[in-house]
Design a protein around this ligand. Structure first.
Ligand code: SAM
Length: 236
């Protein structure tokens, strides 16, 4: 199959590339720290698509063997940075398409480096499907994924059957998928899909231990929305 007709080329994207410009402080941090923290992956045409033939050698990247947590769409990185600080013996890989978000995260690492954290600036759906070995991830975090609230856009929500299969592929047996959303219909959709997934076992609606209150959570609470936390375990 040529790269032109590769299925990843015609997939439905869960994101639009928004506002490319960063505040100067974030740009300075991005320019200084991206060579250390942002893994330079080969691309398959589109700038957000990791070449599906590429495998990431995680132990080589971090220089050790350690449990790995992957965050899908960390945005400005509140949960990611809190997690990486709290668990220095765990490695964190953040998959984010929004470069200004990565810039903002990096601006927080200028004074406070985190050797157990790396970013891949790419579409997580493709990166997770191809870049990491099966069963290699201890946890996947998907907090406040883009809600795509309009009915005609809902097919773009990242939590859909193919993505659930992708997450299950990378999770180790017993590994956890932790999700949160403030959109009632999205939470119901997650439950309807994931409760019946053959490879997942529903665990709880408890708030994830390391999940801090983020801008998205505050915004949802301010307009009277309930926050749904969902925790699933990868079956052995
Ligand atoms: C609503 S924000 C939430 C950010 C963060 N998780 C939080 O709770 O504050 C969703 C984030 O997911 C990112 N995103 C959406 N689709 C993605 C994809 N396919 N791969 C990687 N990141 C994605 C967006 O760029 C955005 O930063």
């Amino acid at each position: 199959m040529s790269s032109v007709d590769h299925p990843y080329r015609t997939r439905i994207r869960s994101f639009t590339r928004r506002g490319g410009r960063m505040p100067p402080r974030h740009q300075v941090a991005y320019d200084a720290l991206a060579p250390t923290y942002v893994i330079d992956v080969p691309r398959d045409g589109g700038s957000t698509t990791v070449d599906p033939a590429y495998s990431l050698d995680v132990a080589d990247v971090f220089g050790r063997q350690a449990p790995l947590i992957v965050e899908v769409g960390p945005g400005s990185g509140d949960a990611l940075i809190a997690g990486a600080k709290a668990l220095p013996d765990t490695d964190f890989l953040a998959l984010e398409v929004w470069q200004p978000g990565i810039g903002q995260c990096l601006s927080r690492l200028v004074e406070d480096p985190l050797p157990n954290l790396r970013f891949v600036e790419a579409d997580a759906e493709v990166a997770l499907a191809t870049m990491l070995p099966a069963g290699s991830v201890a946890e996947v975090w998907t907090y406040f994924p883009d809600p795509w609230p309009k009915r005609r856009q809902q097919h773009r929500r990242i939590v859909r059957p193919e993505f659930a299969d992708t997450v299950c592929r990378v999770l180790a047996p017993g590994g956890m998928w932790r999700l949160a959303t403030d959109i009632e219909g999205y939470a119901a959709h997650m439950r309807a899909l994931l409760d019946h997934h053959d490879s997942l076992e529903f665990v709880s609606t408890d708030r994830a231990p390391l999940r801090p209150v983020t801008r998205f959570e505050r915004r949802g609470v301010a307009v009277g929305r309930d926050i749904a936390d969902l925790n699933y375990r990868r079956r052995a």
